[in-house]
Design a protein around this ligand. Sequence first.
Ligand code: ATP
Ligand code: MG
Ligand code: MG
Length: 540
Amino acid sequence: AGEEKEEKGDGGNYDIGLQDVHDGVVTRFPPEPSGYLHIGHAKAALLNDYFAHKKYKGTLLLRFDDTNPLKEKQEFEDSIVEDLALMGVKADKVSHTSDYFQELYKYCVQMLKEGTAYADDTLQEKMRDERMNGIASERRDSSVEDNLARFEEMKKGTEEGIRWCIRAKISVDDPNKAMRDPVIYRCSPEEHHRTGSTWKIYPTYDFCCPIIDSIEGVTHALRTTEYKDRDAQYQWMLKALRLRHVYNWDFARMNFIKTLLSKRKLTRIVDTGVVWGWDDPRMPTVRGIRRRGMTIPALQEFILKQGPSKNIVNLDWTTFWATNKKYIDPIAARFTAIASDAKVPVTVVGARAAAHTEEKDKHAKYKELGTKKVVYSSSILLEQADAASFAQDEEITLMNWGNAIVRSISHSINPLSSPAGLKTVTSVELELHLQGDVKKTSKKVTWLSTDQNLIPVDLVDFDYLITKDKLEADDKLEDFLTPHTEFRTHALADCNVAELREDDIIQFDRKGYFRVDRPFKHGEPAVCFQIPTGKTKAGV
Ligand code: ATP
Ligand code: MG
Ligand code: MG
């Protein structure tokens, strides 16, 4: 897949560069293994990959940021590795923040010894308050010996140790609040999914990130703009520990309307059974959008086009799916499906008495997609809506066959319908008129001969999971869940559909693009997911 994407698009040059680049750019993607990758993570991963492998000849590191043992799992780690591969992102090296627990511990001891960090047991609320108001902690000037002793208690995970944390001694009242003595170590008795019970102390992101970036050789640390205030703190850590310089480069967080991009909220959606799982086509995970029919080159193109912007906008899915359409149209073979509960039996007068089959192109424009079987006979099915629109003696076009004239229409009146007494077409008689000009008719209708193995297929469309464009911090997720997000239509499709395989992307005439989620097997219907194109309802 790596080579494939090189040929498409504009060769991957999106005109974004890094500051002060010499040889050997090194970037890193640092996911926390606490959920599956979502489209926001995809942006971070693809941008890092772009600089390391496309724009410059450099190195990409994948680092699992596993400092929060409560939330992390091996399952998530494995899924991240798979999803990156799926996106064509190949890390040159893989590491874990936890690989560095010993070094990080030593760096913390060094800071305590040099007086650039101190142990603090101020209660959380009070600490927040002091930081807000620029007040020094009572512990700020404790002796080196006391600080070291407290860190050792923390390391042992004793009852005393758990009360303490370690803070960098940067500033009490810097206007940039990120500089107000941030916490760099916490004591936590939890087991870690990789280091087990070895450690009772866990470094914070603010501490690990600059140190590991520097010792792993990262030249440019890409971070989302909400970390901008913490760049100064990052640089302070490097200086305090006399570590090699690393550049910070900011990019905008990616947000979409009516879409949750927080692992915490997505976990809740999965755990409460609102969706089938992390790879549900309604999920904004890499797996979810791919299952919905997003192709990887389109994802790459879309994301890299957003690349340099630092504006945080709430993106609309429309452009995303419109980008995808460019990639799927040339690969989508065309078939026919008719809704099962709205099918109308039709007799075609003038068709040959015996059914016959012809090989036709799967796509009139893209002949390389090959051919399919089209069965012609005097017994066909039409869609109810099409049949109901016909007028007596009207000339219409049967797609890929030719013109026909409507000779008779039979109706039934449905007393139970609302409004009551709706007319339903029960049968139609058409007379072939193949010499008619297909350019002159206004109705081109899809049809299926009943003299073939019609394949049952479920056509499934989806809506957004949430009803509000942007959830605010105090909005309760449960209040904004869309009650009904799955729309399933049972249909019958032409015999060729029996041969489709999982992941095939196709088009049903006049119905749009679909991805085959489950092929037809053992008489069980095939399941096809509607792929949004930007024009129709574009829910994810
Ligand atoms: P979440 O809130 O979904 O848990 P996170 O930032 O806590 O996101 P991480 O696993 O730490 O999750 O993220 C890995 C990388 O992906 C980080 O570099 C982070 O900046 C980036 N990232 C996360 N969400 C987005 C987003 N919406 N847009 C762009 N980058 C993102
Ligand atoms: Mg994070
Ligand atoms: Mg988060």
